[in-house]
Design a protein around this ligand. Structure first.
Ligand code: SF4
Length: 344
């Protein structure tokens, strides 16, 4: 591939999915050191990429911006190849609006999985790591096998300072360890119950660890409930923007989260992480050095992304995970210190 190549990477959302492209982008940069790598992402998520040294430029999709206008701005970077790591209707339209440019598209999952899992005929079992699928697309683009990149998240220069400002204002002592909780997730069946997060928080507080719960504004109810049920827990829901979220997670001695964007940021920062999986498949990700709780009930994983409610009504995939089990998994993580970076 000649030096003047410009690779346009498409991945617009969500937080976790964008973070998970980091190993592929690192591999792409190593394989094509002279190429220009331009990343197209939603404006509200652009910060996830702005400090990645493998990315030369970010072209952010503005709120409400139509495909014609965005395609015009993307064509202006003069891509010689489009690497579509999104693979949904939005990226399909944009690809169509860039005729004459080579396209490489990631293969999300085997189509034979999609219909039976959606119809709840059988559980989903991922045959490979999510990041491996991104990596395969990179190899297709460069036309040869290339070494895997690492799962990394690059903080901005002020991210930790901004998080520390919020933590100090909330009464956190920055000289003592902090255990971070992230009880939210986009889908209800991906959420370990808030009452159990509160039970875990009480154990940590009793062990002398400070606890702070993080979430979006829409997750304020979860944070308030946990803070109420575990007096001493600091509720940061709605107080951390994307910059400060990374800074906060980086300041945690350990982090507990559902299958969600903050969980992937924590792994990408090497923060020892306790992850709760219910209706989705943990085999999509590497938890080496971290702790994964997955009940493994016979109906799980019943979905790719999660569901609004349990189709069986018992929700055992999460309710079988009790606080004792979570504390036993968390305790060694609190003593562990920063972990080596993963490849997925
Ligand atoms: S318990 Fe319910 S939500 Fe969980 S995996 Fe089984 S069917 Fe899905």
């Amino acid at each position: 591939m000649p030096a003047e190549e410009t690779v346009l990477v498409l991945r617009f959302s969500a937080v976790g999915d964008v973070v998970l492209t980091a190993p592929a982008i690192e591999a792409l940069r190593a394989a094509l050191p002279k190429a220009r790598i331009v990343y197209a992402v939603k404006e509200r998520l652009a910060h996830l990429l702005l400090h990645n040294p493998a990315v030369d430029e970010v072209v952010a999709l503005r709120p409400g911006e139509g495909p014609w206008n965005y395609a015009r701005r993307l064509r202006a970077v003069k891509p010689t190849v489009v690497l579509d790591l999104h693979g949904k209707i939005r990226s399909k339209i944009l690809r169509a609006l860039m005729p004459g440019v080579r396209k490489v598209v990631w293969h999300k999952r085997d189509f034979r999985d999609t219909v039976p899992v959606k119809l709840a005929l059988r559980p989903y079992h991922s045959s490979m790591l999510f990041a491996d699928r991104y990596h395969k697309a990179v190899e297709e683009l460069v036309g040869r096998a290339v070494p895997r990149g690492r799962l990394r998240y690059f903080l901005g220069p002020d991210d930790v300072a901004e998080a520390e400002r919020v933590l100090r204002a909330a009464g956190i002592d920055l000289s003592r360890p902090i255990f971070g909780l992230s009880p939210g997730a986009n889908w209800e069946t991906k959420r370990w119950p808030a009452e159990r997060f509160a039970g875990l928080a009480r154990r940590a507080l009793a062990a002398g660890v400070q606890v702070a719960v993080q979430g979006s504004e829409s997750e304020a109810g979860l944070g308030a409930l946990i803070a109420q049920l575990s007096p001493g827990t600091v509720d940061l829901c709605g107080k951390l923007d994307l910059r400060a979220l990374g800074g906060f997670i980086a300041r945690c001695a350990a982090f507990a989260a559902n299958d969600s964007g903050p969980m992937h940021i924590a792994r990408a920062l090497g923060v020892p992480t306790l992850a709760f999986f219910g209706s989705t498949d943990p085999a999509m990700f590497d938890f080496t050095g971290h702790q994964l709780l997955f009940a493994g009930v016979e109906c799980a994983p019943c979905s790719f992304f999660g569901r609004r409610r349990c189709p069986r009504g018992h929700f055992r995939c999460m309710l079988d995970l009790d606080v004792d089990r979570a504390w036993n998994a968390l305790e060694p993580l609190l003593r562990k210190g920063r972990l080596p970076l993963l490849s997925a």
